[in-house]
Design a protein around this ligand. Sequence first.
Ligand SMILES: [Zn+2]
Ligand SMILES: [Zn+2]
Length: 108
Amino acid sequence: MEFTAYPVRNQPDVVEVRYDCQCGCKPRARYHRGADEANYEHCCCGRVHFVGVRADDRLRAYLEERRVRGEDADVTYTSTSFGKVTLAAPWGEPVTVAYAVPDRPRQH
Ligand SMILES: [Zn+2]
Ligand SMILES: [Zn+2]
């Protein structure tokens, strides 16, 4: 998965991280400078990306909650599903992107 960090018009303290998903969607998630948060988009195919502080912890907690509720019974995330990259936000600081790809993504 190849992520790109974009500035957001008229919002110098916001970064938007997007990628072109193999299913055809263009998921995006934003992070506000200085916020203790990570935001995400969960694509229709099961790929998911989190952007922000402790992005990988939050991604794993999110998927674990869904698993417990039985919401991802049709897809499997294993240890090799997870990845993490660092991009530069428009204001120059690094921003963390954590992602997960299910073993067999859903059809779009
Ligand atoms: Zn997708
Ligand atoms: Zn899709």
